[in-house]
Write a protein that binds this ligand. Structure first.
Ligand SMILES: [Zn+2]
Length: 188
């Protein structure tokens, strides 16, 4: 990011919405917005290979691994407004497991960029599929979208749920239901 350029763009946004970028409270706003965007879009600079570095292990465990309620904050690519919520990730290993703490890190890589919830959910599942070749992988995302809540339809309490199911989670209703019951999702 060219911070100087970014800050001057923010200054122009302030002018266009009818603000005075020179008033005291706004003087440092372009700088703060640049720093916030740098943080919120840091996922573009992250490399999954590096994130998973040395954290894939050979292991015989063949039951479901579930990490639920992973908090995430992202921004919708249509309005550049936040959407946020929880991601639930499960997989059934096929000889390889990943360090548990790496799963929230994978979520962050894909959340910290402009996104649609559907794609983010798939990218998390595809990453586990690619690196672990598991018997199955399931990802469910439940999110609130500021672009729905603050503008447009202004539906304060409606959340959106998306899912990506691979392998046994897709093919076997019993496994899928076990996952859904463990996570506690009703409307899927
Ligand atoms: Zn939106």
């Amino acid at each position: 990011m060219n911070k100087e350029k970014f800050e001057s763009l923010v200054r122009n946004i302030l002018i266009e919405i009818g603000e005075d970028p020179n008033r005291e409270g706004l003087l440092s706003t372009p700088k703060r917005v640049a720093e916030a965007y740098e943080f919120l879009t840091a996922g573009y600079q992250k490399d999954i290979d590096e994130v998973l570095n040395n954290a894939i292990f050979t292991e015989k465990y063949d039951e479901m691994v579930l990490v639920k309620n992973i908090d995430f904050y992202s921004m919708c690519e249509h309005h550049m407004l936040p959407f946020y919520g929880k991601v639930h990730v499960a997989y059934i290993p096929n000889g390889k497991i990943v360090g548990l703490s790496k799963i929230p890190r994978i979520v962050e890589v894909f959340a910290r960029r402009l996104q649609v919830q559907e794609r983010m959910t798939q990218q998390i599942a595809d990453t586990l599929e690619k690196y672990l070749q598991p018997v199955g992988v399931a990802v469910v995302t439940e999110a609130f979208h500021m672009c729905m809540m603050m503008r447009g339809v202004e539906k304060q309490n409606s959340s959106a749920t998306t899912s990506a199911m691979h392998g046994v989670f897709k093919d076997d209703a019993k496994t899928r239901n076990e996952f859904i019951n463990l996570v506690g999702i009703r409307n899927l």
